[in-house]
Ligand binder design. Structure first.
Ligand code: CAA
Length: 263
């Protein structure tokens, strides 16, 4: 991996065959700003090209994997801007990475944070992990795959309940529903340790078969996902034409309850 300085993420190699990417924007609970995603995409491109690396682990802090897209960055955006720039489309790069990616989730994985975890190949969760798609509380909907990937993973009724109510779900629920492959033991750093060990095991296999296996599983899973995601993002963009988006996001930034006018 060529030397590069990152500001909003850290890249380490806990073992030679595993790249560990740690989201590092603690003051904003790892809110996924555009600069953070640019760095993430950049490092993913590098590790995907590095022949020594056989698996990637993405994690956050004990308190937050990621608390979502950056609401403060989004709050004043207009429809013309989000549609015109195809806002959030650069989030999908991670899904084209050839190497297996494991999300090691502790704390909040909300909104875009939950969606980022869902874009990874495997999710391991700490018992403290809290997932959710709270976008409805901001006058919008998930815009990075939440409605599509959750529906495919946990079915319509649960997805509807979560997306329409905005309620969070626990690590135990995530395990029961198959959102995560397993919940690891308690203890600080445990989920990262487990994810790195799993990554090392995966990296010890033949790389071509690993690439083929990932491609095959994704094929079963993604058949018509592309259309669904495109449709979802367009709807997400359109909500920037509503007053409720302005109100929902302004209220968050001002730490008050939103007063939706349904307009
Ligand atoms: N965007 C921007 N800033 C955020 C953020 C976000 N998504 N989440 C947290 N922060 C900031 C807070 O504004 C706060 O900043 P200040 O110290 O400058 O006030 C800092 O991080 C710490 O957060 P809190 O004080 O709120 O911490 P808490 O422990 O009281 O609450 C929380 C934690 C419940 C996760 C709360 O921060 C929260 O509700 N965050 C927003 C969650 C959310 O709505 N996510 C969805 C975003 S929209 C989206 O993701 C769209 C999409 O589909 C792509």
């Amino acid at each position: 991996t060529r030397a590069h300085t990152y500001h909003l993420i850290n890249l380490t190699r806990p073992v030679p065959s595993v790249a560990l990417i740690t989201l590092n924007r603690p003051k904003a609970l790892n809110a996924l700003s555009s600069p953070l995603f640019d760095e993430l995409n950049h490092v993913l491109k590098d590790v995907d090209a590095d022949k020594e690396i056989g698996a990637v682990v993405i994690t956050g802090s004990e308190k937050a994997f990621a608390a979502g897209a950056d609401i403060k960055e989004m709050k004043d955006k207009q429809y013309s801007e989000v549609y015109g720039s195809n806002f959030l489309s650069h989030w999908t790069y991670i899904t084209s990475v050839k190497k297996p990616i494991i999300a090691a989730v502790s704390g909040y994985a909300l909104g875009g944070g939950c969606e980022l975890a869902l874009m990874c190949d495997i999710i391991l969760a700490s018992p403290t992990a809290t997932f959710g798609q709270p976008e409805i509380n901001l006058g919008v909907i998930p815009g990075a795959g939440g409605t599509q990937r959750l529906a495919r993973t946990i079915g319509k009724s649960r997805t509807m309940e979560l997306v329409l109510s905005g309620r969070n779900f626990s690590a135990a629920e995530a395990e029961r529903w198959g959102v995560v492959s397993r919940v690891v033991g308690e203890g600080e750093g445990e989920v990262v340790k487990e994810a790195v060990a799993l990554g090392e095991k995966i990296a010890s296999k033949g790389k071509l078969a690993t690439q083929a296996a990932k491609e095959a599983v994704n094929h079963a899973y993604e058949q018509t996902l592309t259309e669904g995601l495109h449709f979802e993002r367009r709807l997400f963009h359109s909500l920037f034409a509503t007053n409720d988006q302005k109100e929902g996001m302004a209220a968050f930034a001002e730490k008050r309850k939103p007063n939706f006018t349904h307009s």
